[in-house]
Design a protein around this ligand. Sequence first.
Ligand SMILES: C[S@@+](CC[C@H](N)C(=O)[O-])C[C@H]1O[C@@H](n2cnc3c(N)ncnc32)[C@H](O)[C@@H]1O
Length: 205
Amino acid sequence: MNFEPQIPEWGLDDFKNHQDKLFEYHEWLKNTAIKTGLISKKTDQFIWDEFIIHSLYFAKLIKKFKNLSECEIIDLGTGAGIPGIPISIVNKTNVSLVDNKQKRIYELERLVKILNLNNAKPIKKDAKTILKEAKNSIIVMRCYVSTSNIVKTLEKKQLKDNNLTIFVSSNSQSSEIFNSMFHVKQEKFLINKNNFRYIDVITDM
Ligand SMILES: C[S@@+](CC[C@H](N)C(=O)[O-])C[C@H]1O[C@@H](n2cnc3c(N)ncnc32)[C@H](O)[C@@H]1O
């Protein structure tokens, strides 16, 4: 099957000039990340569309919703650096890559040196601890927890007015109505010509 490293129309202006570094990350995912068990075996196209392009839409939404100079970006349950690494490639803000598995953190430390990413910092920590303390932050999560779980956690901890914006990948169009003190808005986008994905944006104001 031919590999086509496409960038959808929504990303051409913002991300096209970062394509070389995104390719380098793609190489690392398909070689090192698969070999070391950070991701399971996938086709080149799947890695590009589902991991890299999907991550770029988080970066696009961050730009749309937040003044980046105000906040730090935290990727909870980052695994192989998804979406945190592509976000740190396409903007200069500091990105914390948080995972509770030391092996993943070691591999990510090697990766940020290979890609020469001075703004990406792998951190071994429990995401729950970070959520307890989070303030003035942009939190991104892909395939880590569901929106309803994260909203429940935020409510339990009364994390109101902490200037948090949380972006969570979502499997399908949400029909759930959140009766919540948090505002949830769903964004729908194409990762290639045919496939849509969803990211929920949760705000506390
Ligand atoms: C399904 S993977 C998703 C990885 C990546 N975000 C992606 O989209 O491919 C979930 C990741 O969350 C990490 N994780 C699970 N529980 C965690 C916790 N309590 N704190 C931090 N990381 C956690 C796992 O080690 C794993 O790397």
